[in-house]
Design a protein around this ligand. Structure first.
Ligand SMILES: [Zn+2]
Length: 416
Protein backbone atom coordinates (compact mmCIF):
# COMPACT_ATOMS: atom_id res chain seq x y z
CA UNK A 1 0.00 0.00 0.00
CA UNK A 2 1.54 3.30 -1.10
CA UNK A 3 1.33 6.50 0.95
CA UNK A 4 2.24 8.87 -1.86
CA UNK A 5 -0.30 11.18 -3.44
CA UNK A 6 -1.19 10.56 -7.09
CA UNK A 7 -1.24 13.40 -9.63
CA UNK A 8 -3.58 11.71 -12.14
CA UNK A 9 -6.45 10.87 -9.80
CA UNK A 10 -9.83 11.49 -11.38
CA UNK A 11 -12.04 9.79 -8.79
CA UNK A 12 -11.39 8.91 -5.16
CA UNK A 13 -13.47 6.22 -3.50
CA UNK A 14 -13.00 7.07 0.12
CA UNK A 15 -13.53 5.19 3.39
CA UNK A 16 -13.47 1.83 1.65
CA UNK A 17 -13.07 -1.53 3.33
CA UNK A 18 -11.07 -3.87 1.11
CA UNK A 19 -11.79 -7.62 0.97
CA UNK A 20 -8.50 -8.24 2.82
CA UNK A 21 -9.82 -6.21 5.78
CA UNK A 22 -7.79 -3.06 5.23
CA UNK A 23 -9.33 0.39 5.33
CA UNK A 24 -8.33 2.25 2.19
CA UNK A 25 -8.79 5.02 -0.31
CA UNK A 26 -9.18 3.76 -3.88
CA UNK A 27 -7.74 5.98 -6.62
CA UNK A 28 -9.20 5.83 -10.12
CA UNK A 29 -7.88 7.57 -13.24
CA UNK A 30 -9.86 9.17 -16.07
CA UNK A 31 -9.77 5.91 -18.03
CA UNK A 32 -11.66 4.17 -15.23
CA UNK A 33 -8.74 2.13 -14.00
CA UNK A 34 -7.65 1.67 -10.38
CA UNK A 35 -4.26 3.34 -10.19
CA UNK A 36 -3.58 2.80 -6.51
CA UNK A 37 -5.02 1.81 -3.18
CA UNK A 38 -3.65 3.90 -0.35
CA UNK A 39 -4.02 4.22 3.40
CA UNK A 40 -6.79 6.42 4.86
CA UNK A 41 -4.11 8.90 6.00
CA UNK A 42 -2.69 9.41 2.51
CA UNK A 43 -3.01 12.84 0.98
CA UNK A 44 -5.03 12.63 -2.25
CA UNK A 45 -6.48 15.28 -4.51
CA UNK A 46 -9.23 14.10 -6.84
CA UNK A 47 -11.84 15.67 -9.09
CA UNK A 48 -14.65 13.55 -7.68
CA UNK A 49 -14.86 11.98 -4.23
CA UNK A 50 -17.32 9.23 -3.29
CA UNK A 51 -17.46 8.43 0.43
CA UNK A 52 -18.61 4.80 0.79
CA UNK A 53 -18.72 5.17 4.59
CA UNK A 54 -16.83 2.03 5.50
CA UNK A 55 -18.60 -0.27 3.07
CA UNK A 56 -16.87 -3.33 1.73
CA UNK A 57 -15.68 -2.69 -1.84
CA UNK A 58 -15.69 -5.77 -4.07
CA UNK A 59 -15.34 -6.31 -7.82
CA UNK A 60 -18.49 -5.62 -9.79
CA UNK A 61 -20.07 -8.94 -10.64
CA UNK A 62 -20.70 -10.58 -13.99
CA UNK A 63 -23.43 -12.90 -15.22
CA UNK A 64 -21.98 -15.08 -17.98
CA UNK A 65 -25.30 -16.77 -18.80
CA UNK A 66 -28.70 -15.08 -18.92
CA UNK A 67 -31.81 -15.35 -21.08
CA UNK A 68 -33.08 -11.77 -21.05
CA UNK A 69 -35.58 -12.38 -23.87
CA UNK A 70 -37.45 -14.78 -21.58
CA UNK A 71 -36.90 -12.91 -18.30
CA UNK A 72 -39.77 -11.60 -16.18
CA UNK A 73 -42.54 -13.52 -17.96
CA UNK A 74 -43.55 -15.81 -15.08
CA UNK A 75 -46.88 -14.03 -14.62
CA UNK A 76 -47.79 -13.47 -18.28
CA UNK A 77 -46.84 -17.05 -19.19
CA UNK A 78 -47.83 -18.96 -16.05
CA UNK A 79 -46.36 -22.43 -15.71
CA UNK A 80 -49.31 -24.40 -14.34
CA UNK A 81 -47.34 -27.51 -13.37
CA UNK A 82 -44.01 -25.92 -12.53
CA UNK A 83 -41.97 -28.40 -14.54
CA UNK A 84 -40.21 -28.34 -17.93
CA UNK A 85 -43.26 -29.55 -19.88
CA UNK A 86 -45.34 -26.88 -18.17
CA UNK A 87 -42.70 -24.26 -19.03
CA UNK A 88 -42.64 -25.18 -22.70
CA UNK A 89 -46.47 -25.27 -22.88
CA UNK A 90 -46.71 -21.90 -21.11
CA UNK A 91 -44.17 -20.32 -23.42
CA UNK A 92 -45.79 -21.60 -26.61
CA UNK A 93 -49.27 -20.56 -25.40
CA UNK A 94 -48.14 -17.03 -24.63
CA UNK A 95 -46.17 -16.77 -27.87
CA UNK A 96 -49.13 -18.05 -29.92
CA UNK A 97 -51.38 -15.53 -28.18
CA UNK A 98 -49.04 -12.77 -29.35
CA UNK A 99 -48.03 -11.67 -25.84
CA UNK A 100 -44.35 -11.30 -26.66
CA UNK A 101 -44.44 -8.19 -28.81
CA UNK A 102 -41.33 -6.22 -29.72
CA UNK A 103 -42.25 -3.44 -27.29
CA UNK A 104 -42.95 -5.90 -24.47
CA UNK A 105 -39.64 -7.63 -25.02
CA UNK A 106 -37.69 -4.38 -25.15
CA UNK A 107 -39.37 -3.30 -21.90
CA UNK A 108 -38.65 -6.59 -20.11
CA UNK A 109 -35.03 -6.71 -21.26
CA UNK A 110 -34.51 -3.15 -20.08
CA UNK A 111 -36.01 -4.00 -16.68
CA UNK A 112 -33.85 -7.10 -16.46
CA UNK A 113 -30.65 -5.21 -17.33
CA UNK A 114 -31.58 -2.50 -14.86
CA UNK A 115 -32.00 -5.11 -12.11
CA UNK A 116 -28.51 -6.39 -12.94
CA UNK A 117 -27.09 -2.87 -12.90
CA UNK A 118 -28.67 -2.10 -9.51
CA UNK A 119 -27.30 -5.39 -8.14
CA UNK A 120 -23.78 -4.45 -9.21
CA UNK A 121 -23.66 -6.89 -12.09
CA UNK A 122 -22.00 -4.85 -14.83
CA UNK A 123 -21.27 -7.58 -17.35
CA UNK A 124 -24.05 -9.71 -18.81
CA UNK A 125 -23.86 -12.37 -21.50
CA UNK A 126 -27.34 -13.37 -22.63
CA UNK A 127 -28.37 -16.17 -24.93
CA UNK A 128 -31.24 -15.23 -27.23
CA UNK A 129 -33.56 -17.57 -29.11
CA UNK A 130 -33.34 -17.30 -32.89
CA UNK A 131 -34.79 -19.25 -35.79
CA UNK A 132 -37.99 -21.29 -35.63
CA UNK A 133 -41.03 -19.06 -35.42
CA UNK A 134 -39.14 -16.02 -34.09
CA UNK A 135 -36.40 -15.51 -36.70
CA UNK A 136 -34.17 -12.76 -35.33
CA UNK A 137 -36.93 -10.74 -33.64
CA UNK A 138 -35.49 -11.42 -30.17
CA UNK A 139 -32.09 -10.15 -31.35
CA UNK A 140 -33.71 -6.98 -32.68
CA UNK A 141 -35.51 -6.36 -29.39
CA UNK A 142 -32.40 -7.08 -27.32
CA UNK A 143 -30.20 -4.77 -29.39
CA UNK A 144 -32.79 -2.00 -29.06
CA UNK A 145 -33.11 -2.53 -25.30
CA UNK A 146 -29.36 -2.66 -24.73
CA UNK A 147 -28.48 0.46 -26.67
CA UNK A 148 -28.84 2.76 -23.63
CA UNK A 149 -26.89 0.38 -21.39
CA UNK A 150 -23.73 -0.04 -23.45
CA UNK A 151 -21.81 2.65 -21.57
CA UNK A 152 -22.92 1.25 -18.23
CA UNK A 153 -22.39 -2.45 -18.72
CA UNK A 154 -20.55 -4.97 -20.85
CA UNK A 155 -23.30 -6.71 -22.79
CA UNK A 156 -22.79 -9.73 -25.01
CA UNK A 157 -25.60 -11.44 -26.91
CA UNK A 158 -25.38 -15.07 -27.96
CA UNK A 159 -27.23 -16.34 -31.04
CA UNK A 160 -28.86 -19.56 -29.79
CA UNK A 161 -30.56 -21.15 -32.75
CA UNK A 162 -33.49 -23.51 -32.77
CA UNK A 163 -32.68 -27.02 -33.91
CA UNK A 164 -31.57 -28.25 -36.32
CA UNK A 165 -28.76 -25.80 -37.09
CA UNK A 166 -27.28 -28.10 -39.73
CA UNK A 167 -28.57 -30.60 -42.28
CA UNK A 168 -32.12 -31.18 -43.57
CA UNK A 169 -34.68 -28.72 -42.25
CA UNK A 170 -32.08 -26.26 -40.99
CA UNK A 171 -32.40 -23.67 -43.79
CA UNK A 172 -34.60 -21.26 -41.84
CA UNK A 173 -32.47 -21.55 -38.70
CA UNK A 174 -29.22 -21.06 -40.63
CA UNK A 175 -30.74 -17.97 -42.21
CA UNK A 176 -31.49 -16.68 -38.69
CA UNK A 177 -27.93 -17.40 -37.52
CA UNK A 178 -26.51 -15.46 -40.46
CA UNK A 179 -29.01 -12.67 -39.83
CA UNK A 180 -28.04 -12.49 -36.16
CA UNK A 181 -24.35 -12.27 -37.04
CA UNK A 182 -25.08 -9.53 -39.57
CA UNK A 183 -27.10 -7.68 -36.90
CA UNK A 184 -24.04 -7.65 -34.63
CA UNK A 185 -24.58 -10.47 -32.14
CA UNK A 186 -21.33 -11.00 -30.28
CA UNK A 187 -21.20 -14.77 -29.61
CA UNK A 188 -22.10 -17.99 -31.45
CA UNK A 189 -24.43 -20.25 -29.43
CA UNK A 190 -26.52 -23.38 -29.85
CA UNK A 191 -27.72 -26.57 -28.19
CA UNK A 192 -25.74 -29.40 -29.84
CA UNK A 193 -26.99 -32.09 -27.45
CA UNK A 194 -30.49 -31.60 -28.86
CA UNK A 195 -29.35 -31.90 -32.48
CA UNK A 196 -29.62 -35.10 -34.52
CA UNK A 197 -25.81 -35.13 -34.86
CA UNK A 198 -24.21 -33.41 -31.84
CA UNK A 199 -20.62 -33.79 -33.11
CA UNK A 200 -21.48 -32.19 -36.44
CA UNK A 201 -23.40 -29.41 -34.66
CA UNK A 202 -20.39 -28.66 -32.44
CA UNK A 203 -18.14 -28.56 -35.51
CA UNK A 204 -20.57 -26.26 -37.32
CA UNK A 205 -20.67 -23.84 -34.36
CA UNK A 206 -16.87 -23.72 -34.24
CA UNK A 207 -16.76 -23.27 -38.03
CA UNK A 208 -18.98 -20.20 -37.66
CA UNK A 209 -16.84 -18.92 -34.81
CA UNK A 210 -13.68 -19.23 -36.88
CA UNK A 211 -15.28 -17.71 -39.97
CA UNK A 212 -16.65 -14.69 -38.08
CA UNK A 213 -13.94 -14.23 -35.43
CA UNK A 214 -16.49 -14.65 -32.64
CA UNK A 215 -16.30 -16.66 -29.42
CA UNK A 216 -18.59 -19.64 -28.81
CA UNK A 217 -20.89 -20.45 -25.89
CA UNK A 218 -22.94 -23.63 -26.21
CA UNK A 219 -25.69 -25.13 -24.07
CA UNK A 220 -23.68 -28.31 -23.88
CA UNK A 221 -26.26 -30.41 -22.10
CA UNK A 222 -29.06 -30.10 -19.56
CA UNK A 223 -29.72 -33.68 -18.64
CA UNK A 224 -29.03 -36.07 -15.79
CA UNK A 225 -28.24 -38.77 -18.36
CA UNK A 226 -24.53 -39.42 -17.71
CA UNK A 227 -24.07 -40.78 -21.23
CA UNK A 228 -24.64 -37.36 -22.82
CA UNK A 229 -21.09 -35.99 -22.77
CA UNK A 230 -21.24 -33.29 -25.43
CA UNK A 231 -18.66 -31.41 -23.35
CA UNK A 232 -16.07 -34.03 -24.31
CA UNK A 233 -16.86 -33.51 -28.00
CA UNK A 234 -16.56 -29.75 -27.59
CA UNK A 235 -13.25 -30.02 -25.73
CA UNK A 236 -11.74 -32.31 -28.39
CA UNK A 237 -12.85 -30.10 -31.26
CA UNK A 238 -11.69 -26.92 -29.48
CA UNK A 239 -8.27 -28.44 -28.82
CA UNK A 240 -7.95 -29.68 -32.41
CA UNK A 241 -8.58 -26.17 -33.73
CA UNK A 242 -6.59 -24.33 -31.06
CA UNK A 243 -9.56 -22.20 -30.02
CA UNK A 244 -8.81 -22.35 -26.29
CA UNK A 245 -9.87 -19.27 -24.35
CA UNK A 246 -12.68 -18.48 -26.81
CA UNK A 247 -15.06 -21.33 -26.02
CA UNK A 248 -17.50 -21.75 -23.13
CA UNK A 249 -19.66 -24.74 -22.27
CA UNK A 250 -22.83 -23.93 -20.36
CA UNK A 251 -24.79 -26.17 -17.98
CA UNK A 252 -22.84 -29.46 -18.51
CA UNK A 253 -25.22 -31.10 -16.01
CA UNK A 254 -24.56 -34.67 -17.12
CA UNK A 255 -20.94 -34.50 -15.96
CA UNK A 256 -22.21 -34.21 -12.39
CA UNK A 257 -23.82 -37.66 -12.77
CA UNK A 258 -20.67 -39.41 -14.06
CA UNK A 259 -18.36 -41.61 -12.02
CA UNK A 260 -15.24 -39.91 -10.70
CA UNK A 261 -12.90 -41.43 -13.32
CA UNK A 262 -15.08 -40.08 -16.15
CA UNK A 263 -15.36 -36.69 -14.46
CA UNK A 264 -11.58 -36.55 -14.17
CA UNK A 265 -11.02 -37.57 -17.80
CA UNK A 266 -13.47 -35.01 -19.15
CA UNK A 267 -12.28 -32.29 -16.76
CA UNK A 268 -8.65 -32.85 -17.82
CA UNK A 269 -9.60 -32.65 -21.50
CA UNK A 270 -11.67 -29.51 -20.86
CA UNK A 271 -8.78 -27.85 -19.03
CA UNK A 272 -6.25 -28.81 -21.69
CA UNK A 273 -8.52 -27.46 -24.43
CA UNK A 274 -9.03 -24.12 -22.62
CA UNK A 275 -12.83 -24.46 -22.51
CA UNK A 276 -14.54 -22.55 -19.68
CA UNK A 277 -17.57 -24.09 -17.98
CA UNK A 278 -20.58 -22.11 -16.79
CA UNK A 279 -22.61 -23.72 -14.00
CA UNK A 280 -26.25 -22.66 -13.73
CA UNK A 281 -27.44 -23.90 -10.35
CA UNK A 282 -30.62 -21.89 -10.21
CA UNK A 283 -32.48 -23.28 -13.24
CA UNK A 284 -30.88 -26.72 -13.22
CA UNK A 285 -31.78 -27.31 -9.57
CA UNK A 286 -35.27 -26.16 -10.46
CA UNK A 287 -35.76 -28.25 -13.61
CA UNK A 288 -33.66 -31.39 -13.21
CA UNK A 289 -34.34 -34.39 -10.98
CA UNK A 290 -38.11 -34.05 -10.85
CA UNK A 291 -38.64 -37.66 -11.89
CA UNK A 292 -36.41 -38.95 -9.07
CA UNK A 293 -38.43 -38.45 -5.88
CA UNK A 294 -36.01 -40.31 -3.62
CA UNK A 295 -32.45 -39.04 -3.11
CA UNK A 296 -33.13 -36.47 -5.82
CA UNK A 297 -29.89 -35.70 -7.70
CA UNK A 298 -28.63 -32.13 -7.95
CA UNK A 299 -28.72 -30.63 -11.42
CA UNK A 300 -25.20 -29.29 -11.27
CA UNK A 301 -22.02 -29.95 -13.20
CA UNK A 302 -18.96 -31.54 -11.57
CA UNK A 303 -17.75 -28.26 -10.10
CA UNK A 304 -14.97 -29.73 -7.95
CA UNK A 305 -13.51 -32.04 -10.59
CA UNK A 306 -13.45 -29.21 -13.13
CA UNK A 307 -11.84 -26.74 -10.74
CA UNK A 308 -9.27 -29.31 -9.60
CA UNK A 309 -8.29 -29.90 -13.23
CA UNK A 310 -7.76 -26.16 -13.71
CA UNK A 311 -10.90 -25.35 -15.70
CA UNK A 312 -12.29 -21.83 -15.39
CA UNK A 313 -15.66 -22.44 -13.71
CA UNK A 314 -18.09 -19.53 -13.73
CA UNK A 315 -21.71 -19.39 -12.61
CA UNK A 316 -24.76 -17.53 -13.89
CA UNK A 317 -28.41 -16.97 -13.11
CA UNK A 318 -29.82 -18.46 -16.35
CA UNK A 319 -33.62 -18.08 -16.23
CA UNK A 320 -35.06 -15.34 -14.01
CA UNK A 321 -38.77 -15.30 -13.19
CA UNK A 322 -39.91 -16.99 -16.37
CA UNK A 323 -41.75 -20.29 -16.94
CA UNK A 324 -38.43 -22.19 -16.76
CA UNK A 325 -37.63 -20.82 -13.30
CA UNK A 326 -40.29 -18.98 -11.34
CA UNK A 327 -37.90 -17.17 -8.99
CA UNK A 328 -34.55 -15.37 -9.16
CA UNK A 329 -33.68 -11.67 -9.05
CA UNK A 330 -30.72 -11.02 -11.38
CA UNK A 331 -28.39 -10.89 -8.40
CA UNK A 332 -25.10 -12.80 -8.77
CA UNK A 333 -24.85 -12.96 -4.97
CA UNK A 334 -27.87 -15.29 -5.09
CA UNK A 335 -26.04 -17.46 -7.63
CA UNK A 336 -22.90 -17.40 -5.46
CA UNK A 337 -24.92 -18.53 -2.42
CA UNK A 338 -26.25 -21.47 -4.45
CA UNK A 339 -22.68 -22.39 -5.43
CA UNK A 340 -21.93 -22.53 -1.68
CA UNK A 341 -25.01 -24.52 -0.70
CA UNK A 342 -25.52 -26.77 -3.72
CA UNK A 343 -22.01 -26.73 -5.20
CA UNK A 344 -20.17 -26.98 -1.85
CA UNK A 345 -17.69 -24.22 -2.71
CA UNK A 346 -16.12 -21.94 -0.12
CA UNK A 347 -17.73 -18.48 -0.23
CA UNK A 348 -14.66 -16.78 -1.74
CA UNK A 349 -14.50 -19.38 -4.52
CA UNK A 350 -18.25 -19.08 -5.12
CA UNK A 351 -17.87 -15.32 -5.39
CA UNK A 352 -15.06 -15.80 -7.93
CA UNK A 353 -17.52 -17.82 -10.05
CA UNK A 354 -19.66 -14.68 -10.43
CA UNK A 355 -16.78 -12.20 -10.69
CA UNK A 356 -13.23 -13.03 -11.84
CA UNK A 357 -14.04 -16.38 -13.48
CA UNK A 358 -17.19 -14.99 -15.11
CA UNK A 359 -15.19 -12.10 -16.56
CA UNK A 360 -12.52 -14.47 -17.88
CA UNK A 361 -15.23 -16.56 -19.50
CA UNK A 362 -16.57 -13.44 -21.19
CA UNK A 363 -13.10 -12.35 -22.34
CA UNK A 364 -13.06 -9.28 -20.10
CA UNK A 365 -10.08 -7.86 -18.19
CA UNK A 366 -9.94 -8.14 -14.39
CA UNK A 367 -12.00 -5.71 -12.31
CA UNK A 368 -11.97 -4.87 -8.64
CA UNK A 369 -10.12 -2.98 -5.93
CA UNK A 370 -6.64 -3.86 -7.20
CA UNK A 371 -4.00 -1.75 -8.85
CA UNK A 372 -4.34 -1.88 -12.65
CA UNK A 373 -7.82 -3.43 -12.59
CA UNK A 374 -10.92 -1.95 -14.16
CA UNK A 375 -12.70 0.21 -11.55
CA UNK A 376 -16.00 -1.62 -11.86
CA UNK A 377 -16.81 -1.89 -8.17
CA UNK A 378 -19.62 -2.50 -5.71
CA UNK A 379 -19.68 -1.05 -2.19
CA UNK A 380 -22.01 -2.79 0.24
CA UNK A 381 -22.54 -2.94 4.01
CA UNK A 382 -20.92 -6.29 4.77
CA UNK A 383 -17.72 -6.99 6.70
CA UNK A 384 -16.39 -9.76 4.43
CA UNK A 385 -17.02 -11.36 1.04
CA UNK A 386 -18.55 -14.35 2.85
CA UNK A 387 -20.98 -12.05 4.65
CA UNK A 388 -21.83 -10.30 1.38
CA UNK A 389 -22.72 -13.64 -0.22
CA UNK A 390 -24.75 -14.61 2.84
CA UNK A 391 -26.55 -11.29 3.36
CA UNK A 392 -26.91 -10.22 -0.29
CA UNK A 393 -27.71 -6.73 1.00
CA UNK A 394 -29.96 -4.62 -1.20
CA UNK A 395 -27.94 -1.58 -0.11
CA UNK A 396 -25.31 -1.19 -2.85
CA UNK A 397 -23.28 1.57 -4.47
CA UNK A 398 -22.26 0.54 -7.98
CA UNK A 399 -19.32 2.09 -9.80
CA UNK A 400 -18.68 1.73 -13.53
CA UNK A 401 -15.11 2.74 -14.42
CA UNK A 402 -15.11 4.73 -11.16
CA UNK A 403 -18.38 6.53 -11.92
CA UNK A 404 -21.30 6.01 -9.54
CA UNK A 405 -24.04 4.52 -11.76
CA UNK A 406 -26.46 3.01 -9.24
CA UNK A 407 -27.02 3.78 -5.58
CA UNK A 408 -29.46 1.97 -3.31
CA UNK A 409 -29.59 2.93 0.37
CA UNK A 410 -31.80 1.07 2.80
CA UNK A 411 -32.99 2.30 6.18
CA UNK A 412 -34.16 -0.42 8.54
CA UNK A 413 -35.58 0.10 12.01
CA UNK A 414 -36.82 -2.15 14.78
CA UNK A 415 -37.89 -1.53 18.35
CA UNK A 416 -35.15 -3.84 19.55
ZN1 LIG B 1 -29.39 -21.31 -20.64
Amino acid sequence: MSVTSQPRVDTLIDNALCPDGRAARILVNAEGQVIDIVTPESNVTAGTVHDVEGRLVIPAMADPHAHVDKALTADVAPNATGDLRGAIDAWIAAETAGLFTHDDMVDRIRRSLRQSLMAGCLSVRSHLNIGGRVGITHIEAALAAASDFRELMDIQFVAMSHNPSIGPGSEHNVEAINGAIAAGVEVIGGCPHLEPDPAAAVAAALDRAEATGRPVDLHTDETLDARVLTLELLAAETARRGLGGRVAASHCVSLGMCDTATQQRVADATAAAGVAVVALPQTNLYLQGRDTPTATPRGLTAVHALRAAGVTVAAGADNVQDPFNLVGRNDPLETAALMVMAGHLLPADAFACVSAAARRTMGLPAAGPARGAVADLVALPSATVRAAVADAPVDRMVFRRGRLVADTRITRTAVI
